[in-house]
Design a protein. Structure first.
Length: 362
């Protein structure tokens, strides 16, 4: 079986941590809890590190099995497929949210006109091809572009310090407002749950879990840095700026004789968006083939494209509707997928010492 290394797995974690958090999220969280949104962010990331630990424990206990095989041993094939189908729905809408955020950024700052159908026609053949080629090919591509993406994000953060910034005002929101801010936008998190679906395709040697945590901490550090610098730059008007990483370069796009610098943010965001769409669609397709065993990955890609076009272009249509749907309804589904299911998977997959001793005695 073609597998990916611990480094490639860590880069996938890094890319998914940045998904849906470096453009619109700082702005919409600011509306509810001002700069104290950072505390909600820290709390959610702390729990996500626990989820990453759960994944590594499950991987250690079942190094060669996929998620369906792990769950089937404990709860049967029907319940196992229901759990995986929940992930399928989660990553379908996660892809829609990611595409929607990327599209509105390109529409507002690049094209300044509606080009939704053209964007899908140009983007999805590339994403489909990556998914069909497999996780190993995707992992090598991510590994190749990792430093380019990292430098792009750090460049945007660095340039922001050449503009007027000052320390944001903390402790202005109540604990209730902070909790509400985190809860309302919980669907923007849980992105590296995809690892549970790729679990049998990940090759980990003893002690290599540290590599994955390293990339996770790098991603978390960058997201927190973007939030802090963004709130330092826009202490009052943060809610008006919906493209945080790109908006860090406002008032500094003309830098001496170099020319416009916002092209760096645009290329970084487009690269990140493309890779994140590939990861989320691959997670959907992996869920699909585990639920519908007799169908191949190509059928999964075709089903995904049809569902995406029908649901997004016919039903959702607009970015505002997608964002409202994510913050009003999908938050309850995210509690299931982001919180309950990882704990349930760990409880079902983990073999207690008493159980292991009974097996040895037999």
């Amino acid at each position: 079986m073609k597998s990916i290394s611990a480094r490639q797995t860590g880069i996938i974690v890094f890319l998914t941590i940045l998904a849906n958090k470096i453009l619109v999220l700082p702005s919409v969280m600011y509306e509810k809890s001002k700069a104290d949104s950072i505390f909600a962010l820290i709390a959610i990331f702390s729990f996500e590190l626990l989820v990453l630990t759960i994944f590594l424990q499950v991987k250690k206990a079942h190094p060669d099995q996929n998620l369906k095989e792990i769950l089937k041993q404990k709860v049967g094939v029907v319940v196992a497929k229901i759990v995986i189908f929940a992930f399928l729905i989660f990553f379908l809408f996660k892809t829609m949210l990611t595409y929607s955020v990327l599209y509105i950024y390109l529409k507002d700052l690049v094209y300044q006109d509606e080009f939704g159908f053209l964007a899908l026609v140009c983007l999805f053949p590339v994403v489909n091809h990556a998914v069909v080629c497999g996780l190993r090919a995707m992992g090598r591509t991510f590994e190749l572009f990792y430093y380019i993406v990292l430098v792009g994000v750090l460049f945007c953060l660095g340039i922001a310090f050449f503009t007027d910034i000052s320390m944001p005002n903390f402790f202005v929101a109540s604990p209730t407002e902070i909790l509400n801010s985190g809860f309302t936008h919980i669907f923007a998190f849980g992105d590296y749950l995809a690892l549970f679906l790729f679990i049998d395709k990940i090759k980990l040697r003893k002690g290599e879990g540290k590599k994955i945590f390293f990339f996770a901490f790098v991603g978390i550090f960058l997201v927190l840095s973007i939030f802090v610098v963004f709130y330092s730059k826009y202490q009052v008007t943060a809610f008006m700026h919906n493209n945080a990483l790109a908006d860090l370069l406002i008032f500094s796009v003309q830098f001496n004789a170099i020319g416009r610098l916002d092209i760096i943010a645009m290329l970084t965001i487009m690269t990140l968006g493309l890779f994140q769409l590939e990861i989320f669609q691959a997670a959907f397709c992996e869920s699909f083939v585990q639920v519908f065993e007799k169908l191949s990955i190509k059928y999964a890609v075709a089903v995904f494209d049809i569902l995406f076009f029908v649901i997004y272009l016919v039903i959702i249509k607009k970015y505002e509707i997608m964002l409202s749907f994510a913050t009003d309804y999908l938050i309850y589904f995210a509690i299931l997928t982001n919180v309950i299911l990882p704990i349930l998977i760990y409880a079902l997959a983990h073999k207690h010492k008493k159980e292991l001793s009974n097996e040895k005695s037999d």
